[in-house]
Design a protein around this ligand. Structure first.
Ligand code: FA5
Ligand code: MG
Length: 458
């Protein structure tokens, strides 16, 4: 949540609110002419709101716009050709390979991907020690279903329950929803990976040969530092805080190196969250500016205690997946993740999580789609034909061809006939193509295939 920015950008928020007032009066005058369009944007409150197999009763606080309802229905993180899915798999694979349980037999971190997206206000705010009057609780910032339930605004909403259920190391992955600003890097629905790791005294601080620990996790009245300071919480020793900070920053820096390479510029910035202290944000330099990609910190001991954990201390982080994917794949605008344009999705389909993919700007003009089907000469194998077809289409169609896909292939053994169908997506970067002009090029491709490779068009 904007736990840092909400405190720092009072001026901007005031401006935004003023601007919204203005916008409202303008809208009022437009109302009569655009009544139909407005109708489709109206908040529709049903008797029962159902999501992820659970039912809720909306009340006066309900503020889910039709736009956000549509976002809830599309699970882009589960779509295998979405870059966010590719990135998620890459991070999970890396964490599973790198962090193992003692004996190396199984992964250390449990992956939690199917937590319900409607959470209680206790989960989203109170369990995380968010102050009663904190701006993030306002209906202008959060999507409420009713007074007790909202759409999770961050994956941190699941920390308390998962620790309570006994997990010491876990990743929570999912879509989160905020009534946030709208620009190239902010969107009302985005995706986070939460990481939590709890340590016992032995795990964090090790043991001396005599079996004793070099330091303690918790400060006692006997040891002097039982006050909260910028460096640590009242209950923690400075040693334990520093040890956990090193573990946390190492985890995140290694992950960043794995994703962006060791040369990428990054920096730590002090931050504030109600549920961690001390806290930091990590920024990566991209497109001429510093981009905040994650927030993290040493977990508030009170949060652990309320979840029944009394003898451990821990760290937590929350990564914004879109921000990382934008840097990693060179995606310039957050809205592109929601594109259904095959010109976008085809660039990520079938890729392996570790593969280097750089996004190539797609054209804003419409696609024109044509299929080509033919029988192969009897002596030619399917595979050989495919590369020749791709080459020919590129040569004849040039820059107007955006994608080519083999969509069907079959062999009629009796008649000794092999057939293939390809789908060609034409699109220009400069202008909208007409069907007629594309048809001319398409015919040339067909002729070229027939004369050069002896295929029989169907
Ligand atoms: C949080 O959400 C905290 N829950 C993170 C955290 C977890 C801190 C655990 C400490 C311990 P924040 O609001 O800064 O913090 O969001 C985390 C990341 O999500 C940001 O760094 C950014 O990468 C991404 N993010 C935030 N808002 C948006 C948005 N509207 N659109 C896209 N990405 C966003
Ligand atoms: Mg932040």
């Amino acid at each position: 949540m904007r736990f840092l920015s909400t405190y720092q950008t009072g001026a901007r928020r005031c401006c935004t609110m003023l601007f919204q007032k203005n916008a409202k009066s303008i809208r009022a005058t437009l109302m009569s002419t655009t009544a139909a369009a407005e109708e489709s944007r109206k908040i529709v409150k049903e008797e029962v709101f159902e999501l992820d197999g659970r039912k809720y009763t909306p009340d006066a606080l309900y503020n889910l716009s039709p736009g956000v309802r549509r976002l809830l229905d599309r699970r882009i993180l589960q779509e295998s050709s979405n870059p966010l899915n590719l990135l998620k798999r890459r991070i999970v694979d890396y964490v599973h390979q790198t962090y193992r349980k003692p004996g190396n037999r199984s992964p250390l971190f449990t992956i939690c991907e199917s937590e319900p997206r409607v959470v209680t206000t206790y989960q989203n705010f109170d369990s995380l020690l968010t102050p009663e009057d904190h701006v993030s609780r306002r209906p202008s910032d959060t999507y409420y279903v009713n007074h007790e339930h909202c759409l999770r605004a961050h994956t941190s909403a699941h920390q308390h329950n998962l620790m309570q259920s006994g997990l010491d190391a876990f990743l929570v992955i999912g879509d989160v929803y905020r009534r946030d600003e709208v620009d190239r890097t902010h969107y009302p629905c985005f995706h986070q990976i939460e990481g939590v790791r709890l340590y016992s005294k032995d795990e964090l601080l090790g043991k001396k040969p005599d079996g004793k620990n070099v330091a303690e996790l918790f400060s006692t009245a006997a040891s002097a530092a039982t006050e909260r300071s910028p460096e640590k919480q009242e209950k923690h020793t400075l040693d334990a805080t520093k040890a956990a900070e090193i573990q946390l920053k190492q985890f995140l820096e290694n992950l960043c190196d794995e994703l962006f390479g060791k040369d990428a510029e990054k920096r730590w910035v002090d931050a504030y969250f109600p549920f961690t202290h001390p806290s930091w944000e990590l920024e990566v330099f991209y497109n001429g500016q510093w981009l905040e990609v994650l927030g993290c910190g040493i977990m508030e001991q009170k949060l652990l205690e309320s979840a029944g954990v009394t003898d451990k201390i821990g760290w937590a982080f929350g990564i914004g997946l879109e921000r990382i994917a934008m840097v990693l794949y060179g995606i310039p605008d957050i809205r592109l993740f929601w594109s259904k344009d095959t010109g976008f999705l085809s660039q990520f389909a079938g890729k392996m999580p570790g593969e280097d993919v750089k996004y190539k700007q797609i054209s804003a003009h419409p696609q024109v789609i044509f299929d080509i089907s033919f029988f192969l000469p009897s002596t030619v194998q399917f595979n050989d034909m495919t590369s020749d077809v791709y080459d020919t289409i590129r040569t004849v169609g040039g820059e107007l061809v955006e994608q080519v896909k083999l969509t069907d292939e079959f062999e009629n053994k009796k008649k000794e006939k092999k057939s293939q169908t390809y789908r060609i997506v034409y699109r220009s970067h400069e202008r909208a193509l007409t069907k007629e002009e594309v048809n001319v090029i398409h015919k040339q491709i067909e002729q070229s295939l027939a004369s050069s490779f002896g295929v029989t068009l169907r």
